[in-house]
Design a protein. Structure first.
Length: 346
């Protein structure tokens, strides 16, 4: 069959599946919003965008990222099974819990409660992590939080978080052709959402999934089948030898860290990479990447308790990456995510 026709035959259904996911998550966002609103003034509902120009702009960008995802599948950047829901049964079972939890989150938002974490669950984690990021229940430190996390993120991003994460695979493949199986380290992997897709997209001899949160790592361990190692680790203090990995990457980690910690994580990535190895980052867009969204970037950390986010949006990441010794630094953005790739040349 003609190549272009074959591609269309893949791209169209993938796009339809992705758009259906966006519809579902948008519906779930609305349910949370209206539930919270009905309990006002005891809770503060999440922000609901009403500016027509902005909604239109975001709608176009959502369609664009779904199209890119479909093209990447048609072009074999990653396989089609990445779009299969990873735990659809959990999705349905989780929803009532998630609705209930959204009220607790909205209550914390109303009262600005940010440190409601059980000290015993924290262990030896750094002080800056002792907080309810996103006002979420238990922060990153309970199994309940870990089980709801992925769905909460997709609801926030209207079902575009997975395609935005996957675009990092495209960026890595554009920047480097790995000729033999590689050693991968994922930092701040959470419950392993990106790990599924990365494992299907690269030939690897080892894949270390790491995170500072034991419960999140435990949930990742239960979900991910295959050749993974799970290591509890802080990005700024990695328990690995120099030059162990070909690829070190993180997704949505840096905006949650104080600037000095971000810089340490980059230096640690440099240390544990082999010569010619690659560091890759997917995180939030920054100020002026898309000027129409600047106001959204200002509102987000207040609505979702992200104390280091504002500084992150102003941070010159490429300079920190360069200062750590990396070369061939490349960066671009799509929708709400920004991507960096860089190589260790010496
Ligand atoms: C916003 S979540 C992103 C999780 C996952 N990468 C994803 O895309 O869904 C941030 C994750 O980073 C972890 N984390 C926070 N600070 C960390 C640090 N200093 N070192 C390693 N992991 C960290 C948290 O436990 C959490 O799982």
């Amino acid at each position: 069959m003609h190549n272009a026709l074959m591609k269309q035959l893949i791209e169209r259904p993938v796009l339809s599946v992705n758009l259906a996911k966006t519809l579902l998550y948008t519906f779930e966002y609305r349910a949370i919003y209206y539930l919270s609103r009905s309990f006002a003034p005891f809770v503060k509902p999440p922000h609901r965008e009403r500016r027509k120009e902005l909604i239109e702009h975001l709608r176009n960008k959502v369609i664009e990222i779904h199209k890119i995802d479909a093209e990447n599948i048609a072009n074999d950047v990653y396989p089609i099974d990445v779009i299969i829901p990873k735990a659809s049964g959990d999705h349905v079972r989780n929803f009532p819990k998630l609705l209930l939890d959204s009220l607790r989150i909205s209550r914390r938002r109303k009262l600005n409660v940010k440190n409601e974490i059980n000290e015993e669950d924290l262990g030896d984690v750094p002080d800056y992590l002792n907080r309810n990021y996103h006002f979420q229940t238990d922060g990153y430190f309970s199994t309940d939080s870990a089980k709801l996390y992925e769905q909460q993120v997709e609801i926030l991003f209207s079902g575009t978080a997975a395609p935005m994460r996957r675009r990092l695979i495209q960026k890595i493949k554009e920047a480097s052709k790995f000729s033999k199986p590689i050693r991968i380290l994922e930092v701040g992997a959470g419950v392993g959402t990106a790990s599924f897709d990365f494992a299907k997209s690269f030939k690897y001899s080892s894949y270390v999934v790491s995170d500072v949160s034991s419960p999140y790592l435990e949930v990742a361990k239960n979900r991910l089948k295959g050749r993974f190692e799970f290591v509890r680790a802080k990005g700024e203090d990695l328990p690995f030898k120099d030059g162990e990995f070909d690829l070190v990457f993180s997704v949505y980690l840096f905006h949650e860290l104080p600037r000095s910690v971000r810089e340490k994580v980059i230096k640690e990535a440099y240390r544990v990479l082999k010569k010619d190895g690659m560091m890759a980052i997917c995180d939030s867009i920054q100020k002026d990447d898309d000027p129409l969204l600047n106001e959204v970037l200002e509102g987000f950390p207040l609505d979702y308790h992200e104390p280091f986010y504002k500084d992150y949006t102003l941070w010159d990441a490429s300079k920190s990456i360069d200062d750590a010794g990396f070369r061939d630094i490349q960066s671009d953005h799509k929708l709400l995510s920004k991507y960096w790739t860089a190589k260790k040349r010496e």
